[in-house]
Design a protein around this ligand. Sequence first.
Ligand code: N01
Length: 527
Amino acid sequence: MDADVIVIGAGFSGLYALHRLRSLGFRTQVLEAADDVGGTWYWNRYPGARCDSESYYYCYSFDPGLEQEWRWSERYPGQEEIRAYLGHVADRHDLRRDITFGVRVGSARREEDGWTVTDTTGTSRRCRWLVTAVGCLSAANVPDIPGLADFGGEWHHTGQWPHDGVDVAGKRVGIVGTGSTGIQAIPVLAEQAGHLTVFQRTANYSIPARNAPLSEDEMAATKADYPSIRQVQQGSTNGHPFVNSDVDVLDLPADQRRELYEAAWERGGLRFRAAVKDVLTDPQVNEVTSDFLRDKIAEVVHDPATAETLTPRDHPFATKRPPIDSGYFETYNRENVTLVDVRADPIAAITRDGMRLESGAEHPLDVLVFATGFNALTGPLLAFDIRGRDGTSLREAWRDGPHTHLGLGVAGFPDLFTITGPGSPSVLTNMPTAIEQHVDWIADALVHLRDTGEVAEATPEAEREWAAEVARAAEATLLPQAASSWYLGANVPGKARVFLPYAGGYARYRQTCDDEAAAGYPGFGLA
Ligand code: N01
């Protein structure tokens, strides 16, 4: 065996997995396709790339010394700052010596006593346990639009942005997509480009981020308060350090409602959602909240027709991952920005000169940006060929949608553990919180397996029960109402429609995982 554990990926998940497993005495090797650590923060270098969670909690909690030592510069950390942070963590814990960079895994095959992991150059490595740390949003979704190969300009997906940047100064730039990424990139591209054309299919809600530098006093207060911040996160629905308000907005008179929403709008950020209770479960509460946000678009955007095109009416607020922004709607007041509604007039083809719509309208472009998202949760795991017991292929096993036990293990794939896999809360939570919980749980499980010599493989019964619980949790919310959501796999043509993350809440999920371990891992049929 080359290692006890092979971990695939060196982002937030892989780095912590390496640290934790190594400290427990497991010989651990990390394989990483990039030439440095960072994962999503290594690849997503598009203009405006920044985290939507606030810096003081979008970070590790496992190392109190690190919490005290690291200094975040802004309320929301930019991509480079997070990449620097992860680089610092790698150095602080001497992680790089067990990471092989520039190695893309091509396949992983289950053998009698472990796993053989083969990279795309044909080199194989053997281990007893395989842990995937491949992220949830790392498989780029580039739409299959006829003519892309003939485009005479340059095109890029935001998740594979060139490291040297893209010079858009004075150029005609087009961007497809108005999800979190597009909404971050559009204001920055508009400032740099000669002209920016935004091709919007689904109008989106967005809340102002209200980003700002962090003062010494704010940082000092946070550092002094970390134990209680972490405690709130652990007991929360989504791993954030704020609790949902218990205000029933429907009980309030109109002026008080307005006041409450205005205050939340002024504070900005993802915590807007927490300003009233039941926003994701009560359709009436959601509609009142959505209306407030729709009115804001009309207030900000000068041209009424553009404002109307930007106004989301086909899905309730926060049923698609809600973006936050810095000057997004204001950008449409600029002279050099055009909004094109490609739901009304769909994209027909990409030509040598730009974009052609079904109406025949042509939009000449020098640079085309795809902010078109990812093949979420399953894409990164199916990007390489995983073969389980008896040669079973994961792609085959998941043809009709993923099935897992707790998002951590898959029937037919012994001793494979998937950090933030489908069926875990992952993307519905603050990711570092979800990641630490998964890594800690997997580490404890591996200690147990090392001690007993047993093999862990999710049972089909446990998978069925968990799938029912994942579906029940989603149905208890308004989340499935967003028909085009990537939470449902709806953004990728041909992908099975299954609600992918667990919507039952982080704290409840953590308890379920703890109960599974305390009961001796019954859903993993130890043998
Ligand atoms: O991707 P998305 P994203 N023709 O899938 C459109 C995280 N994130 O990269 O809605 C035309 O949300 C698509 O339209 P529609 C965060 O979890 C985090 O923006 O499918 N349009 C949509 O507008 C986020 O949710 C942060 O109709 C097409 C857009 O492209 C997740 O990543 C920052 C199209 C895709 O939106 C993904 O966000 C950024 C087509 N053929 C992202 N195909 C931070 O916290 C797709 N679209 C930092």
